[in-house]
Design a protein. Structure first.
Length: 85
């Protein structure tokens, strides 16, 4: 199975240049967290930015994502309604 690269480019309004590095790094951390949470595997991420673009490149991204099936049991139906409903 071949692993691939993924390019994620986010276009924005004109962002202040003094905050771009921090913004790009924070967004990268959030993306890494979400990928890990959703079991999406990759080797590393590079990020680049301009005042109107944020760019993330994911290397060795697996082509298949395995989603864990969960069974979540809710409350009893009798507890969902009161005398009025």
């Amino acid at each position: 199975m071949l692993n691939k690269k993924l390019l994620l480019e986010i276009g924005t309004e004109d962002l202040p240049s003094r905050n771009l590095n921090n913004l790009s790094e924070e967004l990268k951390k959030n993306i890494e967290y979400l990928f890990k949470k959703n079991n999406i595997k990759y080797s590393f991420i590079e990020n680049y930015f301009t005042n109107i673009r944020l760019i993330f490149i994911f290397y060795d991204l697996e082509r298949e994502v395995f989603i864990e099936e969960k069974y979540i049991k809710g409350p009893l139906v009798s507890k969902c309604y009161d005398e009025v409903n």
